[in-house]
Ligand binder design. Structure first.
Ligand code: FVH
Length: 293
């Protein structure tokens, strides 16, 4: 049967920033009757022209649909926006980036107000929303029943990955990946700083950087294997003693190029501590032990 034969479920979206607007457009384009609300009303105008129903208050928007999706700046703004809304019987899906503890507290808060709760962590930037094949997806955690009930609507803007009943798990996965990305961009920034004053075109250098990072990324599987087995030396092809020795060349090059090494030195200090503890035959997995309080 043609998909258009089925009536698309009604939903409400609170928050029309860059991400909220992209989400709203994806649901509208897929034919979901969508009610929107934003603190600054002007941001809803283009969506009204595209078929959205614009609510005057967050409480009105919540009252309009059983499924209420929230995509606001942070957890505090979620509390503020929903303060005057009756959540009884609503299915609340919170796509606002927050910490695992905030997600767990928000799930309890929603339950006390009579709502079912699902937390989401968006692994996409706005242009990847509603773009099949972009690779964007959303981690979900919390009520499995709620995820299953609304899966067809939730799968419209981006792919979905349900990671467990604990509402904090989506945020944990989200923030862990964002943290890895932050480290990657620190390295990328340092690399561009090194070449900046030389006769090396950034546009020529960028593909080299991307290829190298892509080639190195699968070593994360080796680290996972170490953590699973407890043997941090298994399959090590570049040992810590060698890498710490090599760090002096990285630091000396930074100095020669007039570049601050401040993005590199915290990680190097941990490598040195692990080496000093007698683990020169490992890779970098032991650094994780030093980080874990
Ligand atoms: N954009 C991105 O690249 C990332 C990708 C990954 C996921 N994030 C998270 O998505 C949440 C929303 O991000 P956004 O890009 O839509 O953010 P902004 O464009 O800055 O819009 C912020 C919206 O939040 C509203 N807002 C802020 N404070 C309050 C408040 N106290 N009460 C009610 N609404 C509030 C703001 O309203 P206004 O300023 O237009 O009145 C916007 O609608 C976020 O968690 C990202 O981490 C995006």
């Amino acid at each position: 049967m043609d998909d258009d034969t089925f009536e698309k479920s009604r939903l409400t979206l609170l928050g029309l920033g860059a991400m909220g607007t992209a989400l709203a457009r994806a649901w509208l384009a897929a034919g979901h009757p969508t009610t929107v609300w934003n603190r600054t009303p002007g941001r809803a105008e283009p969506l009204a022209a595209e078929g959205a129903t614009v609510a005057g208050t967050a409480a009105e928007a919540v009252a309009a649909s059983g499924l209420v999706v929230v995509c606001l700046l942070d957890d505090a703004s979620v509390g503020e926006a929903l303060a005057g809304a009756d959540l009884t019987g609503r299915d609340l899906v919170n796509l606002t980036t927050g910490t695992p503890a905030q997600a767990r507290a928000r799930a309890e808060w929603a339950g006390e107000r009579g709502a079912r709760y699902l937390d989401g962590g968006i692994m996409a930037v706005p242009p990847m929303i509603g773009a099949p094949g972009s690779g964007g997806y959303v981690f979900y955690s919390g009520s499995r029943a709620l995820f299953d009930t609304h899966h067809s609507a939730l799968a419209i803007p981006a792919g979905t990955r349900y990671v467990g009943e604990d509402p904090g798990l989506a945020a944990l996965h989200d923030v862990a990946l964002l943290s890895a990305m932050t480290g990657m961009f620190a390295g990328v920034s340092h690399a561009f700083a090194l070449i900046r004053k030389e006769d090396v075109a950034p546009e020529d250098f960028a593909p080299l950087l991307v290829n190298w990072l892509t080639a190195m990324a699968p070593y994360a599987y080796g680290i996972a294997g170490h953590l699973e087995s407890g043997d941090y030396t298994k399959g090590v092809v570049s040992n810590l003693a060698m890498m710490v020795e090599g760090n002096s060349t990285l630091l000396r090059t930074a100095d020669e190029q007039g570049v601050s090494a401040e993005l590199l030195t915290p990680f190097m200090a941990l490598m040195e501590r692990r080496l000093a503890d007698g683990h020169g035959d490992e890779g970098t997995t032991g650094v994780i032990d030093l980080l874990t309080r």
